[in-house]
Design a protein around this ligand. Sequence first.
Ligand code: A2P
Length: 268
Amino acid sequence: EAVAGETPRFPIPANVHAETVVSVRHYTDRLFSFRITRPQSLRFRSGEFVMIGLPNAEKPVYRAYSVASPNWDDELEFFSIKVPDGPLTSHLQKIAPGDTVLVRPKPTGTLVLDALTPARRLFMISTGTGIAPFASVLRDPDTYEKFERVVLTHTCRDSAELLYGQELVAALKDDPLIGEMTEGRVTLYNSTTREQTERMGRITALIGSGRFYADLGIEKLDPETDRIMICGSMHMLKDVKELAESLGFEEGSLANPASYVVERAFVG
Ligand code: A2P
């Protein structure tokens, strides 16, 4: 079995893009992000995912990864968990600039603006690596054409895991393409569940108790004025979905746009 960093010993399968790692950043022993070259022909909607693999096996293992970069970017960015014995991530976490990553064509996914009907505010609710698709949507000019106000929530176990999202949002204002249009319109709402911080608790509890609205000084979630995108673990999706539906939100899709969309984050 080859290890990331070695020259691939196996031929690149047909109909798969072989791309080059540009940069890697480790946030914690559980989370890292990386950027790769973008296949010329790869087009995607912000918020969609692609299948990624490594050229280290006769039959590469592929996993779904939300593209974290916006659709106008020359590179593809991903935000990943490291699972010690994960079939893909145990190897992927060792990649370095210059290595090869395989990308299957045909991006897909439900966390896209077109699956939501127009409204005033967009709420993107994420936990862990579930922030990745929203990193893309947040940097898409269409988001600001469609919504006046954007609120991104990111809840993680500890504060070190929140850094990726904090830097992302802080960098918006300096973005040459969308910096100006995002000014004063984007809010990041963080909480931790295991490390003691000034704002602790699952997002479901913070919304349920009303603390979320009080902290931000905003009106309650309302399907008349708001749209919701949800991305996290299986359990998180179930609970946030139930919360959204209890408030009158209806699940949308590209075929039937409505007031909320969900997708499971890549878990390993
Ligand atoms: P908790 O620490 O209480 O499990 P993970 O890294 O395990 O995917 O978790 C990311 C974040 O999602 C954690 O803060 C975790 O809280 C939170 N979380 C886990 N399950 C749910 C759920 N059912 N609803 C809301 N948040 C959840």
